[in-house]
Design a protein around this ligand. Structure first.
Ligand code: UT7
Length: 334
């Protein structure tokens, strides 16, 4: 089996910023409540005519440039999203076409906010097994388009964005060291966009009942998140044969600063090793982790040989984590 790593990253958020003060004009809320309960100060919103494929395309362009990889070299494009352009065709096909990735297979993957972790785990298998050499994994969302702007318990949380990573073979001992993925469909009703699929196809009734927007039982998701983020990080480190003291950087899903702090405390990792950007972007679901990863790399927070953990949870319910020994040097001659 080949070792697999991330050899380039990119991210993109739309220009328009929605602040907590802007939200005060829409619903009965206030800046202090939002910051205290979530840590979020602002989020970015895609304009009405910008689909998620555009965000994914922009992030992917930067990742390919960073990896010095041409679009024709890409063997597979995976887009993790819950807000694809259409039910079909897949967003990955649209993005691959725009990039000029003529030789790539393409599919979308849906694992809620854990989507990017599921995406890199999938890409890793294709490369490790020798089927592909270069896989582009993108997490992208336009959650602003499925928000109920009258529901103050959800509309303050989410934002739009996309992050991308190029995966290739790397030197032995480097790259992904372990993965852990999980699901519990019995919790599916806690976080859902109920209508628009085959159970509740779009109808006047579903629109009138707001069933095309995000419905969430926040408290239950919160409890689940704090427990699972700590547990899955411990498991994935154990699988890699590493203690928590070896972790140089932790990139958690960016849902709520209280969830991040509680799970970091549970895990016993120093807060200065944790990447947090949710104050500027809110919860971007599948885009949260890859955008945070790209920013951390560009800020010089990862050095060759560092141990990095990415961990997330989301709708499904799903969860996942991975451990990497960092290198950006690809090994394409194998
Ligand atoms: O990627 C996964 C997606 N989701 C999540 O990770 C979300 C996980 N859950 C959470 O982050 C938190 O549960 C929330 C931020 C959603 C809510 O925070 P909370 O501390 O659990 O608040 P709560 O739902 O218990 O509400 C407390 C109070 C309620 O009022 P009463 O009943 O005590 O009078 C709410 O009605 O706060 C009220 N409230 C608000 N007040 C001002 C709820 N939303 C707002 C708001 N502004 N935006």
């Amino acid at each position: 089996m080949r070792n697999v790593g991330i050899v380039g990253t990119g991210s993109y958020v739309p220009d328009k910023v929605l602040t907590n003060a802007d939200l005060e004009k829409l619903v009965d809320t206030n800046d202090e409540w939002i910051i205290t309960r979530t840590g979020i100060k602002e989020r970015h919103m895609a304009p009405a005519d910008m689909p998620v494929s555009e965000l994914c395309y922009q992030a992917a362009l930067k990742a390919l440039e960073d990896a010095k990889v041409g679009p024709e070299e890409v063997d597979l494009v995976i887009v993790a999203t819950v807000t694809g352009d259409h039910a079909f065709p897949s967003t990955s096909c649209i993005v691959a076409d725009r990039l000029g990735a003529k030789n790539a297979a393409a599919f979308d993957l849906q694992a809620g906010c854990t989507g990017f972790i599921y995406g890199v785990a999938t890409a890793n298998q294709f490369i490790a097994a020798g089927m592909y050499k270069t896989v582009l994994v993108i997490g992208g969302e336009t959650l602003s388009k499925i928000i109920n702007w009258e529901d103050r318990s959800t509309c303050i949380l989410f934002g739009d964005g996309a992050g991308a990573a190029v995966l290739q073979p790397v030197e032995e001992g480097y790259g992904f060291l372990s993965f852990e993925l999980g699901s519990d469909g019995s919790g599916g009703k806690l976080l859902t966009q109920p209508a628009g699929g085959s159970r509740y196809p779009a109808s006047q009734d579903t629109v009138e009942k707001n069933l095309h927007t995000i419905q969430m039982e926040g408290k239950e998701v919160y409890k689940f998140a704090v427990k699972i983020m700590g547990d899955v990080s411990v498991n994935v480190l154990e699988k890699a044969g590493l203690s928590k003291e070896k972790v140089d950087l932790l990139i958690p899903h960016q849902a709520n600063i209280r969830i991040v702090e509680a799970s970091v405390k549970r895990l016993g990792i120093s807060p200065d090793k944790v990447v947090v950007n949710l104050d500027r972007y809110g919860n971007m679901s599948a885009a949260s982790i890859p955008v945070a990863l790209d920013e951390a790399i560009r800020a010089g927070r990862l050095r060759e040989g560092d141990i990095m953990v990415m961990v997330g949870f989301g709708a499904g319910l799903t969860w996942g984590a991975c451990v990497l020994k960092w290198t950006k040097v690809g090994k394409m001659h194998d």
